[in-house]
Design a protein around this ligand. Structure first.
Ligand SMILES: O=C(O)CCC(=O)C(=O)O
Length: 313
């Protein structure tokens, strides 16, 4: 890859990310890569055998996580490619009301290890901008590890909402260190349920709770007794205005190929997709495994044999 393409973030992009807690990078993937990843997604969907599938729905339960999915199919998905259905894909008789290709909400959580086209994004493909390892370096990671990846389909007409949440609640290290890399593979608009963000909330909204294994449903939220902000977060500032978790969210409408970076403490969400247009995206998350960051053995997601995938070789 020519060195001019081996980019990380510009000083302006880095400053926007530090201030706002998210960053949109236009055209981070070339159109040919977007097509390859969509083809791979469709091929994975066709390969799904619903006769042997437990018909697990994907439910986040939002920030309080009371209804978060937690069955064994989900809990053991960290080193596999598994399929989770839209909650509204089932009729009263418990049967799917849509063809499987139009019913799956999410495919996860080891695409970055098991699917060659998705795996190639970590080192970077020709023409890819803001390569994950360079972004991680610019964000100050010592030993960044990719710990999960997923395709989220947000299907036409039945695409589920994702309530406001912070990714470090689900992918907790002490201190928190998660960053999400979220690639649009189709245009995402207000109509089909794009992301929205509460800008700056990563600077004042602590990780109060975290999702662990246990409880009646396999996962539960517990109070976070560890640190609640990343190591380098400056002192929280109250700037006079009311800072509440139901403040004003800004829409993140994006085009296929754009990359969105999301700070692990940032409050963000996406609405339902009731439109006729799907919204397929690919996302993976990175955490710090160096410098005294502790990955808790109670976290719902546990490392595969050999550990989480290194970004720096
Ligand atoms: O793609 C979506 O709708 C939500 C994704 C999200 O919130 C996340 O990956 O943290």
């Amino acid at each position: 890859m020519p060195s001019s393409e081996s980019t990380g973030l510009t000083p302006e992009q880095l400053s926007f990310f530090h201030t706002s807690g998210y960053l949109i990078i236009p055209s981070a993937l070339p159109p040919s890569t977007v097509k390859t990843l969509l083809d791979e997604t469709h091929s994975l969907l066709s390969s799904l055998d619903i006769t042997t599938h437990p018909l697990t729905k994907f439910s986040t339960g939002g920030q309080d996580g009371t209804d978060h999915v937690g069955d064994d199919y989900f809990l053991s998905s960290g080193d596999k490619i598994r399929f989770f259905f839209e909650e509204d894909a089932f009729g009263p008789d418990g049967k799917l009301t849509k063809p499987k290709e139009r019913a799956v909400n999410k495919i996860g959580h080891f695409l970055h290890g098991l699917s060659p086209p998705f795996a190639e994004l970590l080192p970077g493909v020709p023409g890819q901008k803001a390569l994950p390892k360079h972004v991680a370096r610019d964000l100050g990671y010592q030993d960044p590890r990719c710990l999960q990846s997923m395709v989220i389909c947000k299907q036409p007409e039945i695409g589920g909402a994702v309530p406001p949440h912070q990714d470090s609640t689900f992918l907790y290290t002490d201190p928190p260190s998660a960053v999400g890399f979220w690639y649009a593979l189709e245009d995402a608009t207000q109509e089909n349920g794009c992301l929205s963000f509460l800008p700056g909330s990563h600077l004042w909204s602590p990780i109060r709770q975290r999702l662990v294994r246990g409880g009646k449903t396999g996962t539960e939220m517990v109070d976070n007794e560890g640190r609640k902000f990343p190591k380098d977060t400056k002192e929280m500032k109250y700037r006079g205005e009311e800072q509440t978790e139901d403040g004003e969210y800004v829409l993140g409408e994006v085009k296929a190929g754009d990359l969105v970076l999301i700070h692990g403490n940032l409050l963000h969400k996406s609405e339902r997709n009731l439109s006729k247009k799907g919204r397929i995206i690919y996302t993976f998350h990175v955490i710090e495994q160096g410098e005294g960051h502790i990955y808790d053995e109670r976290n719902w997601l546990q490392p595969p044999e050999g550990g989480f995938t290194r970004l720096y070789q």
